[in-house]
Design a protein around this ligand. Sequence first.
Ligand code: SF4
Length: 181
Amino acid sequence: MDKPKIATASLAGCFGCHMALLDIDDRILKLIALVDFDKSPVDDIKKFTGRCLVGLIEGGCSNEENVKVLRDFRKHCDILISVGDCAIMGGLPAMRNGIPLAECLNEAYCSGPSVYNPSGRVPNDPELPLILDRVYPLDEIVKIDYRLPGCPPPADTLWEALTALLGGKPLNLAYELVKYD
Ligand code: SF4
């Protein structure tokens, strides 16, 4: 019988939540026995190869490419999970939300203390994904089924959540597995 598939992505995140997943240590072997990884940086599969039971997303949406990837995950995954504080509420990247976008770009590319840019131009090649006016939590763009808080969520939390969902059980994490730091 075919194993269920899971997919993962990092949007405006730091890959720390993916590192937390790898932190399940040798349980990764049990996970591989239970599932196949589909589109994910873990196996470097770039496009969905079929329907996935679970999609794990770290990071919020900071540019149009993030939104495109997120909608693609919603389309292909039965259960979509916001993993970590960036996905749930924007996290550190959302610190720019209180500053006008033009001011952020000017600081990053023109007037920041470590910037050398004699042209004074902000990169605007059409190939670059458009930056959004602010960083959006995932659930402001698509329906999210579960949220695993933390920066990052502990490996044990990810393990318990995945094994419950893969076993068709409701997600009912013990109090000590739900962290907000
Ligand atoms: S929640 Fe923390 S660990 Fe996860 S992507 Fe954001 S900053 Fe990185």
